[in-house]
Design a protein around this ligand. Structure first.
Ligand SMILES: [Ca+2]
Ligand SMILES: [Ca+2]
Ligand SMILES: [Ca+2]
Length: 274
């Protein structure tokens, strides 16, 4: 696996992590603040259901079926991407009522999911000045990739994101890489994991797949991987990535992690020679 793929996987994981955190908070707030505001549902058919609600002659009977199942008259509003559809309710109802109806529709075998078209509310008062949380880790000043982007740099604007969330204990981030070291700035920040490298020579730990994801090193001598391959020191890449995602943060030592709470699950997929 190439490094670029790893970076992509890592980046995608971070995006998911933050998207999930933002979404869950926004949803929770919409439930608390919206007693009777839902007037639409969103449904999506199973990919192979063969039902194309917006175009076929099945339209009327499908709408009647859905209304019967929902126990309320549903009116077709508009299509969405990915064979999802917006259905309109005859009146505004509470989030709880809408979720019950969505649950009934979700139970139909041809429906992949159904959910209220939630009214999202801002999760912060944007007129208030942001705190711009800055952690106290020793090397944080060198971690430009977390900073607010300025001309010529591409920081991810972590201080502003940390004002919203520093992570969630219900989220785990799998790092598919070279494994992990028992590093002092990762104490308590990872758990479980697995060594998926099936050959002893590449795994460099004397066996095939096993439940111990510790990284024994991936150094190679000249010509070890193929004729003419160069000698190389261990990369410890998995530990580096795990630290970027979830190093112990604001603990006055080492580096800061992007996520201060969610734990890393290290999975070894890269050893000697790849
Ligand atoms: Ca092994
Ligand atoms: Ca192992
Ligand atoms: Ca630290």
């Amino acid at each position: 696996m190439h490094k670029n793929k790893l970076i992509l996987i890592t980046s995608f994981g971070l995006l998911l992590m933050f998207a999930f955190a933002f979404n869950s908070r926004a949803t929770a707030q919409s439930v608390a603040n919206s007693p009777a505001v839902i007037d639409q549902l969103i449904i999506q058919y199973q990919p192979r259901s063969g039902i194309q609600l917006k175009v076929t002659s099945e339209f009327e009977s499908q709408m009647q079926n859905l209304s019967a199942e929902a126990g309320i008259m549903l009116e077709y509003a508009r299509p969405m991407s990915g064979d999802a559809h917006v259905l309109r309710l005859p009146t505004k109802i509470t989030v709880e009522e809408a979720e019950k109806i969505a649950d009934k529709l979700s139970a139909l075998p041809e429906i992949a999911y159904a959910e209220p078209d939630y009214i999202m509310l801002p999760i912060t008062d944007f007129s208030a000045p942001l705190m711009l949380v800055e952690p106290n880790d020793t090397y944080y000043a060198d971690q430009w990739h977390y900073f607010t982007p300025v001309a010529g740099s591409y920081g991810v604007n972590a201080p502003e994101a940390w004002d919203f969330t520093t992570g969630s204990s219900s989220i785990y981030v799998a790092v598919l890489d070279t494994g992990i070291l028992n590093h002092e700035d990762l104490v308590g920040r990872w758990q479980g994991g697995y060594d998926m490298i099936s050959t002893s020579a590449m795994g460099n730990d004397g066996d095939g797949r096993d439940a111990n994801p510790l990284d024994p090193g991936d150094w190679v001598t000249a010509n070890e991987c193929y004729a003419g391959s160069l000698a190389r020191d261990s990369s410890w890449h998995g530990t580096h990535v795990a630290g970027t995602i979830g190093a112990a943060t604001n603990n006055g030592m080492g580096v800061a992690g992007l996520n201060w709470v969610s734990k890393v699950i290290p999975v070894r997929v890269l050893g000697k020679c790849g």
